[in-house]
Each structure stands twice: as structure tokens, then as C-alpha cells.
Design a protein around this ligand. Sequence first.
Ligand code: SF4
Ligand code: SF4
Length: 503
Amino acid sequence: MRRYLLPEYIVERDDLKCTRCKICVEQCTYGVHNYNAIKNMIESRSELCVDCLRCVLFCPVNAITVRRNPNVYKENYHWTYEFITSIKRQADTGSALLSGMGCDKQNLTYWDKLLLNACQVTNPPIDPIREPIEIRTYLGGKPKMLEFEFNDEDITLGTKLGPCLCAETPILFAAMSYGALNLNVHEALARAAVDCGTYFNCGEGGLHPSLYKYSDHTIVQVASGRFGVDLKYLSVGAAIEIKIGQGAKPGIGGHLPGEKVSDDIAMVRMIPAGTDAISPAPHHDIYSIEDLRQLIYALKETVEYTKPVAVKIAAVHNSAAIASGIVRAGADIIVLDGVRGATGAAPKAIRDNVGIPIELAVASVDQRLRDEGVRDEVSLIASGGIRSSADVVKAVALGADAVYIGTAALIAMGCTLCQKCYTGKCPWGIATTDPEISKRLNPEDAYKRVVNLVKAWSIEIKEMLGAMGMDAIESLRGNREQLRGVGLTDRELEILGVKMAGE
Ligand code: SF4
Ligand code: SF4
């Protein structure tokens, strides 16, 4: 059947500059570039290009330009290029469309419509270069009040504190599984977590034994497939996270095809090599808050109440009510993953249309838990499309204790957001388990880049706190007075709990 798809990108080469070194041929995992020995020319098949820009960045003479195909369909605000292309692709294949990374729809971002406050005249700012600003964040349940015991000369804490994570920065690395990513990426994230004094979440695919040495900075995940879960796995992590849902595909399970389940991945996931690793949409033993409570306490019991247990849900319409139930089920941390949360593979229809923005979810969950007087019993981690230190600060002001970053960490390593993670051919050696392509990611280099990113954001967070006259991030949590909105409706402002700029 003839295909009627226009190439999305056009690859152009300056033939006078090109030295025929063939680097672009070697670097492209999609087979775009080929060397024609008869003509002594490099030829490109634009229709295969995914705009990963690997060839552009590796060409030693800057001979390659990739640009969007100007031959778009006739302009139509209803039948946009995206809809026409999707229909044609589905007419070609009869398949649901997949996409990698998160939802890319502009109108689902609220961060850019929120502005932060700064001190002027009557309330002095703090200079973070001269004065300490505390961004250390404890994650877990906190007591409502502290009791002290007074002995003759000594004062001791009488209140028994529950287990908490202590992060030196409110930025943690989101769950991304071994299988979706390769071991080089996991190692880079684990080492970065140690260096930054934060935590890396190994995701639902288990934890490779070679990474057990980073376990003090590792959150182990228990998802519906229960891959890699045994006593050692639970005991080795600093915290345990139960994954109920994720923002990129709420209500949807996962599927790692058998051809990607190598011997090593099979060993870590505790499944036979070459078999499909299927994560069911629900946990087959959880159909109520009471069921969830049983699992939370089974896990707590298993690790003798020494580690906090988190529950991760996708941000959906009734997140606030669900979060309220999760607190009562005994979770120490709630992770809210918004509609822009990323994944290696999600049905495009689900990714772009199911779930709600994290900004609205965090604000409504924080408010509900405050109204019910249970906010201090849990910590709240916001996740899903956090792009900058300003997004982190705004998330905290809306009510989060900390954030997870996933995509941002991968971008720091080299990802160019081509959104083709599901092909397993990630040209940057990240979302791939192909042994040859995986070698492209140098874990040493990747680890340093992620550390630099977190350090840079942490400096900026302190600068923004200082500008607001705050010397501790704790003072900002849920402090929506420090936010103002622009371009938002009254109802949106009300849900966010934020005043209009100028008020
Ligand atoms: S990498 Fe650049 S110089 Fe080398 S063959 Fe490709 S276009 Fe030519
Ligand atoms: S991880 Fe790789 S495949 Fe996925 S978006 Fe980034 S560059 Fe593309």
C-alpha cells in the first residue's frame, strides 16, 4: 500500500562542506544517512528522520541542517498538521499511535502563568551568597507537635519520629525503569543522587545488584507487575514507592516487549529472558483504599517500619479525594504525577488527553489535606514536566514538599526530546537497551551533567528564596501568597489558590 505521509523533517547537507567522513552514517540509529560509493556522496532519506539532531551535533564541519518540512498541508485551525498526520499514519498501520516522553500541548502548562514575589523596601531580601538559605527537605510524615523530656540538665525529644528521607535539595530523580533505560543511565542517576544528597527512584523494573552500593540514595518501586520485588530489594532501598499510576498514561499498564528482555534485565526483573514484561493497569490486589492500606502496612512490616512508604498516583479529576484516602491508608509520601509526565512509550491519545496539569493537582491536594488537618502526616512530591528551578519553586509554593525530575535529567544527559523512546533506538544511548547503542552514553559524563544541573537549580532556588526574603524552603511550602497569576480565569485562580497579578 502506498503511504501518503509527508516527511516531517527535511535533512539538508552542504555538499561543499561535507568531507565524506561518514560520521552521520554511523551515528544515525534510524538509517537516515547512507554513503553512495559510486557517486562518492552522502545521501539522506528525510522520511526516516525523527529530528534527534545527533548527526547535526556530531558533524565535524557543521554541514547538516534538519528543518521542519515546509510542505505542510493547507492551513486549517481545526484539521491541524498533527491530526491529519495521525489519521494517515493510522490508516497506514491500523495501530494505536505510540509516543515517547510527555504530553507536548501548550495549553496544559500553568507554570508560565504564575509569577513569584520579591521583597522591596519594607521587607528586606536575603543575599544567598552572604547568608545561609536552607533547602534541605525531609520527606515523610511529621508529628503535629513535639514533646520534650526534661531531665536534670538534659532535654531529650520525647516524640517518636517516623522514618523520613533527608534530601539536601528538593529535587529527586523520578522513577524510570531498568529496561526502559539501560544500566548506564541508572548508574549515572544513582551516582548523581549520592553526590547531590538526593534520591534516585529505580522504577518498576527492579534494581541491578551493581547499584546496591548506592542504596542509601535509592527509592525502590513496587508496581503492578511486582518486577524484582523480594525481601532484599525492599530492604536495600531508602524508601519504598508503590506505583498506582503515572501521569503519562493514567489508568494504563506497561509492556516491555520480550525482545528487550535480555538476560540481565530478566535477572533483575525476576522473569524469564525473552518474555514480555507486562505491568497490568491495576494492582490485582488493590481495589480500595483498604486494600492499599494492607499493602502499605505489609511493606512497612517487611522493613520493620524503618523506611517511609510512598504512593504514586497520576493527577486525575478526583486526586484530592484519593490523596485524602492515601493519607488515611498510612502512606508517608504522596507522589502526584501530572499530565505532562513522561514515559518511554504511551498511547498518544491517552498521553495527550487523560489526566490533569500538576499545578492544579498539587494546589487542590495540598488544600484538601490542610482543610482536613492531615497535611503534616504526609509529604507531597510533584512530578511531571518540571523544566526549571522556577518550576520547582512554584511547585513548592503551591504546596509540594519536593519535586521529581525525569525528562530534565535525561535532557541534561543528552536527550533531545525526539519522542521516539518506544522504538528502542534512542540515538543518545538513553532509552535503549541495545548493547551497542547503550555504549553511546558515558555514565561518568552523564552523571557529572546531572550533578551540574541539580547544583545549578539549587543555587537558583536559593536565589529565588532570598529574593522573597525566606531563609528556608520550608517557609515557602504552600505559601501561595508568594505567587500571582496572569492570564488565568477567576476559577483557575481559585483552584490554584493564587491572586491575580496586581492584587
Ligand atoms: S558527518 Fe558531516 S562531514 Fe561527515 S559525512 Fe556526514 S555530513 Fe559529511
Ligand atoms: S530519550 Fe532518546 S529516544 Fe527518548 S526522546 Fe530523548 S533522545 Fe529521543
